[in-house]
Design a protein around this ligand. Structure first.
Ligand SMILES: O=C(O)CCC(=O)C(=O)O
Length: 293
């Protein structure tokens, strides 16, 4: 089965009626060339600087959210998921003030929406690469909504806005979504697939032909996953920044915030016998990884 690709758009200062119509029907949007190459290089450099800072300072959690450690193609220590990255970067924090992000808030009309720089997991940097010791090469089917249930609040509309930092044509894996599932019943939202464990392609899924600098937006209630790259090493590298757009009461996280249970779920792996291996749920700590490296 081959995964279908989907239409893409260009975002000027404001969303058009066509954008709104496509989003309301499908639950996602893809904008080409959201940032120029120069800005892209600055962001990539900044992400590397933040990673080095976190490693040098033995930081393993930010506001209760564990960093995900793995190894890069050259065996060096790599942080494959960084939450609240803008807390360590004026450049990234300023980037969130780009007026075009404010324009996206109306996708959640009639809810009053805001950029969640200090809420949920804040600005997240995901870094996938296929190596024998990588901790992050794919992500199973999920929606972003049950996180609200774990935190004891009801499911509120939200968006995840992804800024893609590497080219990722559809054949190279990457984001897959099930169009239209953002309007499903609560039952389907919870039970359509096995959260994070199911990696199987779905014949209704669509993928994206991504160039570095593109932006994708998905409704938090939409089922989505990340398909593993069929390639090894450098060509499989995929870095994406995610920014939450949230509604409801302001709920900032801070240095003493607890680690939510769903972070353990997201790391679940299965043994060869099919049983869940709980001991791998949080990945290796930086200290353990430093010993390996
Ligand atoms: O990396 C991606 O494109 C998707 C990430 C994602 O779905 C998540 O972090 O929950």
């Amino acid at each position: 089965m081959s995964t279908a690709s989907n239409p893409h758009f260009v975002l000027d200062n404001n969303l058009s009626a066509k954008h709104l119509e496509f989003f309301n029907a499908n639950g996602y949007l893809h904008f080409k060339n959201f940032i120029e190459r120069g800005v892209l290089s600055d962001i990539l450099r900044e992400v590397k600087r933040i990673q080095d800072y976190l490693i040098d300072n033995n930081i393993e959690k930010i506001n209760g959210i564990p960093l995900k450690f793995g190894q890069d193609t050259d065996g060096s220590l790599l942080i494959q998921r960084i939450a609240f990255a803008s807390q360590y970067s004026t450049l990234l924090s300023d980037f969130l003030k780009d007026e075009r992000f404010q324009g996206l808030l109306k996708l959640l009309n009639p809810y009053e929406a805001r950029i969640g720089e200090f809420e949920k997991d804040g600005l997240v940097v995901n870094h996938y690469v296929n190596t024998p010791t990588s901790a992050f090469t794919q992500l199973g089917w999920h929606t972003d909504s049950p996180r609200d249930l774990f935190l004891g609040s009801k499911i509120l509309p939200m968006l995840n806005v992804g800024l893609h930092l590497d080219d990722c044509p559809i054949e190279n894996g990457g984001l897959r979504v099930l169009p239209g599932t953002h309007t499903q019943s609560l039952f389907r939202l919870l039970f359509r697939k096995k959260y994070f464990i199911d990696n199987k392609p779905d014949n209704k899924e669509v993928g994206f032909d991504i160039s570095a600098g593109d932006l994708t937006i998905h409704d938090g209630r939409l089922w989505h996953r990340v398909q593993q790259s069929p390639f090894q090493g450098e060509v499989s590298r995929r870095r994406v920044i995610y920014i939450p757009v949230v509604t409801g009461a302001y709920q900032p996280k801070h240095a003493n915030s607890a680690t939510p249970f769903y972070h353990k779920l997201a790391g679940l792996k299965r043994n060869p016998n099919g049983r869940i291996n709980w001991s791998l749920a949080e990945g290796k700590t930086a200290t353990a990884q430093k010993k390996i490296a």
